[in-house]
Design a protein around this ligand. Structure first.
Ligand code: HEM
Ligand code: CU
Length: 550
């Protein structure tokens, strides 16, 4: 974008050429394992979170399979408790939290800023290894008896159970540091490394989303870390913090836990929203309506998210006044979410929409997240939550936001930036088939859960009454369709890596900065440091040459 001001220094002997394609600049497995390049670190995260998603998906299918029929199907009740806990822990801590920020964000954020890398490349690599180290603890827990507490580790049960709680909790504790350090790194990068002319009002909305997410990561995650540490200390030393038998308070644990975990749901969803902005702008070829409103609503979510944790404790034993205040505050968080949805819809209105695979995921996001968000309002209503709490309705609600929202955003972003990351195109027909299976499978799985939840089917139960059988069967069949969709997608991406056609520089004809540099990007991201003269969505200011594919 615009004329160059400075030239990146030429390669020195024994140093990789900064103008060479980042995939080819250095070779060999070691050049990956010790790389300081944010793009390669992003790819390593990507591979790791996809593996985690496969493990979490395996447990999900196992849980659904068990529930296909009443009574014993494939496992006993104890194994069932472990299966749903491992599903939750792996999906939350190993997959969804790092998915968009650490994998896609690492790759895209510096390029979108016009920077050569993140502010602290060594810290970035260290964050990755901290994540791997924490994941090893989780793995150790899995092979030494696993955990049966649910992903929330509620006390006092987590004090008493003989399952492998401590390694799992330590794993989550360690992975928390990875999340904090990535947040710090991104915050400093956005403040310090913007290219000349890249002002705050020209920042891509993906960056605004990741910036807001980083604030939550830095402020909320330490609270989880302390909570989990206290849990371990109580188990090791018998300190009476949460266990009533020792004079502790189990509800205190719930407060601590949700003081992190409600903000953490915004660590999950805000990056998904952020991806959707980029996709919608590119596939409608116009600027997101109300840019500043969308940007500020990310910040608002990040801050308001800290005020509503009590809605998870409506029936745990809080003062009546506290429940009322939390219920009222919960409605506030729906406002910024609504602002975003309205602005996306306004952008689509009269835009020249192209229904390619990334856009299909972005549209799915808007549709499914809206269902997830609105059912969140039902749950935020004090009187209604007394009935719905701990039922399948809650399970359906958070899957609509976490899968219908975040996973759709992640997968959409993966399709969108895949050519940039790999230099390869994928088979669009196969991608559309996969999308169709995912979309249908997801809705079949979770609509059934809304219905049975509203009729009183409790969550985390091994067995159920005959009247719920039809819903459980439907839900399980849905999970197979969903699984088939993800497998098709995996095959599609593997085929692309092996034999995909070479991508042009800008296959989607986008005006955004990351598509202006060669595909795949050179090691230093840009051949010449760019000067930013227009915003990423200013299609009316972009030149023919910038928008052309080559
Ligand atoms: C749009 C605004 C949202 C509102 C008003 C809302 C409201 C609620 C409420 C009141 C509950 C507690 C229900 C109960 O346990 O009885 C709940 C549970 C939950 N929500 Fe949301 N929510 C919203 C968005 C999100 C987002 C964006 C995510 C994740 C990406 C999310 C993930 C969850 C999870 C994981 C739980 C259940 C946790 C558990 O008990 O295991 N929610 N939500
Ligand atoms: Cu919440």
């Amino acid at each position: 974008m615009g004329a160059a001001t400075t030239t990146v220094p030429r390669a020195q002997p024994h140093h990789p050429d900064p103008n060479e394609n980042y995939l080819k600049a250095e070779r060999g497995i070691m050049s990956w394992l010790v790389t300081l390049d944010h793009k390669r670190i992003g790819i390593m995260y990507l591979i790791s979170v996809i593996l985690a998603f496969a493990v979490g998906g395996f447990f999900a299918l196992a849980v659904r399979f068990e529930l296909f029929s009443r009574g014993h199907t494939i496992m006993d009740a104890d194994q069932y408790n472990r299966a749903f806990t491992l599903h939750g822990v792996v999906m939350v801590f190993l997959f969804i939290i790092p998915s968009i920020p650490a994998a896609l964000g690492n790759f895209v954020l510096p390029i979108q800023l016009g920077a050569k890398d993140v502010a602290f490349p060594r810290l970035n690599l260290m964050s990755y290894y901290i994540y791997v180290f924490g994941a090893c603890f989780a793995l150790y827990s899995m092979v030494t008896g696993a955990v049966d507490t649910g992903w929330t580790f509620y006390t006092p049960y987590s004090m008493r159970t003989t399952s492998s709680v401590i390694p799992m909790v330590l794993g989550a504790f360690i992975m928390g540091f990875s999340s904090i350090l990535t947040g710090v790194n991104f915050l400093v990068t956005v403040h310090k490394l913007r290219a000349p002319g890249q002002t705050w009002t020209k920042l891509p909305l993906f960056i605004w989303g990741l910036y807001s997410t980083s604030i939550i990561q830095v402020l909320a995650t330490p609270v989880l870390a302390i909570t989990l540490l206290l849990l371990c200390l109580e188990r090791f030393l018998g300190l009476g913090i949460f266990d009533p038998k020792l004079g502790g308070d189990p509800v205190l644990f719930q407060h601590f836990f949700w003081f992190y975990s409600h903000p953490a749901v915004y660590i999950m969803i805000v990056p998904g929203m952020a991806v959707v902005n980029e996709i919608i702008a590119t596939f409608t070829r116009r600027a997101i309506v109300g840019y500043m409103f969308v940007a500020m609503s990310s910040l608002a979510l990040a801050l308001l998210g800290f005020l509503v944790w009590g809605h998870h404790l409506f029936v745990s034993g809080m003062s009546e006044y506290a429940t009322m205040v939390f219920s009222g505050l919960t409605f506030l968080v729906a406002i910024p979410s609504g602002v975003k949805v309205f602005n996306w819809v306004a952008t689509l209105y009269k835009g020249s929409i192209r229904l390619e695979s990334p856009m299909l995921y972005a549209l799915s996001f808007i549709f499914l997240f809206t269902i997830g968000g609105l059912t969140g309002l039902f749950l935020g209503m004090l009187a209604i939550d007394v009935h719905l709490h701990d039922t399948y309705f809650v399970v359906a609600h958070f899957h609509y936001v976490m899968v219908g929202g975040t996973v759709m955003g992640f997968v959409g972003g993966l399709h969108y930036w895949w050519p940039k990351m790999t230099g390869k195109l994928y088979n669009e027909g196969m991608a559309k088939v996969a999308w169709f299976l995912v979309f249908i499978g997801f809705n079949v799985t979770f609509i059934a859960q809304f219905i049975m939840g509203s009729r009183g089917m409790p969550r985390r139960y091994y067995d159920y009454l005959p009247e719920f059988e039809i819903f459980h069967k439907t839900s399980t069949i849905g999970s197979w369709i969903l699984g088939a969709g993800f497998l098709t997608m995996l095959a599609m991406f593997i085929i692309s890596l092996k034999s995909g056609a070479k991508s042009t520089r800008n296959p989607w004809g986008s005006a955004a900065l990351e598509w202006q540099t060669p595909t795949p990007p050179p090691l230093a991201n840009f051949i010449k440091v760019p000067t930013i003269t227009r915003g990423p969505y200013d299609y009316h200011l972009a030149t023919e040459e910038e928008l052309s594919e080559q």
